[in-house]
Design a protein around this ligand. Structure first.
Ligand code: PRP
Ligand code: URA
Length: 208
C-alpha cells in the first residue's frame, strides 16, 4: 500500500478551518467538500485516458478523455457523504456506492448496516471516502466489503488520520492506495483523533 500525505497549502489551510470549534455546520460542510475536491485532484492523477477524435474550429485531431463512468465513489456513511460532491465536481459521470458503518461508542468496533455498490464493481477504479481514519476499523471493514463484492482497484481518501488507523489499514490491505489530508498525533481514550476536529458526522449534519 502506498500512503500519500497532502502538502498543498490550500488543503492545510482548509483543514485548519475545519478543526476550529467555532466553525458552524454550513461552513464545515462546504469546506469538507472543497478539501475532497482538492484531494481528489491528487488522488485521480493516474486516471487512465483514451484518445478520441475531436474536430476543432481549425482541424481534426485526436485527444485524450477520461472515462468517468469507470469511476466509483464510495462514501462510508454518514460522514463520507460530505466528500462525495467534491469528487463529483471533478468527475460528474462517476457512479456512487454507499457503505453504512457506525462505531460502537463503547467498543469502538464498526457495525455494518448498509452496502450498495455500482454494477461491474470489479472493473472500476474505486475511491472510498471518509473524513476520519481513527482506529481504522471502519476503513478496514469497508474495504473488506468492497473486496468481497469483487472490487480490486481501491483508493481510500481521509482528511484526518491517526497513526493507529494508517497502520491498521496498511496491515489489512497492503494493496490499496491511501491519501491522507493530515496525519494527527494519536487517539485519545475514546478513540477520537487528537487534535482532530471532533465528530465529523455530527459536525457535517448538525447532530449532537
Ligand atoms: C466516524 C468516521 C469514520 C469512523 C472512523 O464515523 O466518519 O467512519 O468514525 O473511526 P474508526 O477509524 O475508529 O473506525 P461514525 O462511526 O462516528 O459514524 P457517523 O459517520 O455516522 O457519525
Ligand atoms: N470519528 C470521528 O468523527 N472523529 C474522530 O476523531 C474519530 C472517529
Amino acid at each position: 500500500m502506498s500512503v500519500s500525505y497532502m502538502t498543498h497549502p490550500l488543503i492545510k489551510h482548509k483543514i485548519t478551518l475545519l478543526r476550529k470549534e467555532t466553525t458552524g455546520t454550513n461552513e464545515f460542510r462546504q469546506i469538507v467538500e472543497e478539501i475532497a475536491m482538492l484531494m481528489g485532484y491528487e488522488a485521480l492523477s493516474d486516471l487512465p485516458t483514451t484518445d478520441v477524435p475531436v474536430k476543432t474550429p481549425i482541424e481534426e485531431t485526436v485527444q485524450p478523455v477520461i472515462d468517468g463512468k469507470k469511476l466509483a465513489v464510495v462514501p462510508i456513511l454518514r460522514a463520507g457523504l460530505g466528500m462525495v460532491n467534491g469528487i463529483l465536481a471533478l468527475v460528474p459521470s462517476a457512479k456512487v456506492g454507499h457503505i453504512g458503518l457506525y462505531r460502537d461508542p463503547v467498543t469502538h468496533e464498526p457495525h455494518e448496516y448498509y452496502c450498495k455498490l455500482p454494477d461491474s464493481i470489479e472493473e472500476r477504479q474505486i475511491v472510498v471516502v471518509d473524513p476520519m481514519l481513527a482506529t481504522g476499523g471502519s476503513a478496514v471493514d469497508a474495504v473488506n466489503l468492497i473486496k468481497q463484492r469483487g472490487g480490486k482497484k481501491i483508493k481510500f481518501m481521509s482528511i484526518i488520520a491517526a497513526p493507529e488507523g494508517v497502520s491498521a489499514l496498511m496491515k489489512a490491505h497492503p494493496d490499496i492506495q491511501l491519501y491522507v489530508g493530515c496525519l494527527d498525533r494519536q487517539l485519545n481514550e475514546n478513540a477520537y483523533i487528537c487534535p482532530g476536529l471532533g465528530d465529523a458526522g455530527d459536525r457535517i449534519f448538525g447532530t449532537i
